[in-house]
Design a protein around this ligand. Structure first.
Ligand code: NDP
Length: 244
């Protein structure tokens, strides 16, 4: 489905980003991943991609820094070729009630989850215009749709990602470039490893199970494929029914 395409995936070292990287490589794409600090995990993702016979590149890059993103995008373009698919998956949480939440925790979450997505889009924009093609997939969250107590920073960042997605979709639609968001529910990764009461959690999920990173990756592959060429500005939940 993605033969000959070049994909750039932020947060590709672990969790959902890694699953998307592997699924896209499995469909024939060469894949670059950006990661924050976990060099070993990034190396493992790349190794799995090269084992599939695809080219892989990992760049350590803090997506909250426009300078670092600029450098990374230019390195990816030089080493793998012009980017066709951008997936914004890097994300963090710093949960707490708003009353006691530190301003620095609010800023860190907004800077990584929302501004980070803006930075990569800004740096890939010109390349997509030149190609008159491109796919942007932003990973939002059901928290950005429904809100979540204790996650005012995270929910605001993920709601922001939805606004960003719709605006970019409108800007780029005349050039045939699609921009969509995926809103996962509870997906089993490091981010959700310490969620407390499993009974309460299952009570919220109509399908009575957490999602897997592969559940999200399957949709990302479809949104990047030819068949999704008339879908833009959409927000699709992968949440087992939480936000029905
Ligand atoms: P993980 O914690 O497993 O992985 C987070 C990834 O983001 C890692 O690759 C990490 O790199 C990278 N990252 C974090 N900060 C930065 C940064 N400043 N610059 C570059 N990369 C960074 O998270 P998940 O896989 O669970 O989540 C992926 C995305 O999906 C996030 O945006 C998250 O908000 C969203 N999401 C997750 C849900 C879930 O239930 N898991 C539900 C809804 C949305 P490194 O390995 O170097 O630390």
């Amino acid at each position: 489905m993605l033969k000959g395409k070049i994909a750039l995936i932020t947060g590709g070292s672990r969790g959902i980003g890694r699953a998307i990287a592997l699924a896209m490589a499995g469909q024939g794409a060469d894949v670059a991943i950006l990661y924050g600090a976990n060099e070993q995990a990034a190396g493992e993702t790349c190794e799995k991609i090269t084992q599939m016979g695809r080219n892989a590149l990992a760049c350590r890059c803090d997506v909250s820094s426009l300078e670092q993103v600029k450098e990374a995008v230019s390195q990816v373009t030089k080493e793998l070729g012009a980017i066709d698919i951008l997936v914004n998956c890097a994300g963090i949480t710093r949960d707490g009630l708003a009353m006691t939440m530190k301003e620095s925790d609010f800023d860190a979450v907004l800077d990584t989850n929302l501004k980070g997505s803006f930075h990569t889009i800004k740096c890939c924009y010109g390349g997509f215009l030149k190609k008159k093609a491109g796919r942007i997939i932003n990973i939002s969250s059901v928290s950005g749709i429904m809100g979540n107590a204790g996650q005012s920073n995270y929910s605001a960042s993920k709601a922001g990602v939805i606004g960003l997605t719709k605006s970019i979709a409108r800007e780029l639609a005349p050039r045939g470039i699609c921009c969509n968001a995926i809103a996962p529910g509870f997906i089993a990764t490091d981010m959700t490893a310490e969620l407390g009461d499993q009974n309460a959690l299952m009570g919220m999920i109509p399908m009575k199970r957490m999602g897997t990173p592969e559940d999200v990756a399957a949709l990302a592959v479809f949104l990047a494929s030819e068949g999704a060429g008339y879908i833009t500005g959409e927000v699709i939940r992968v949440d087992g029914g939480i936000a029905i």
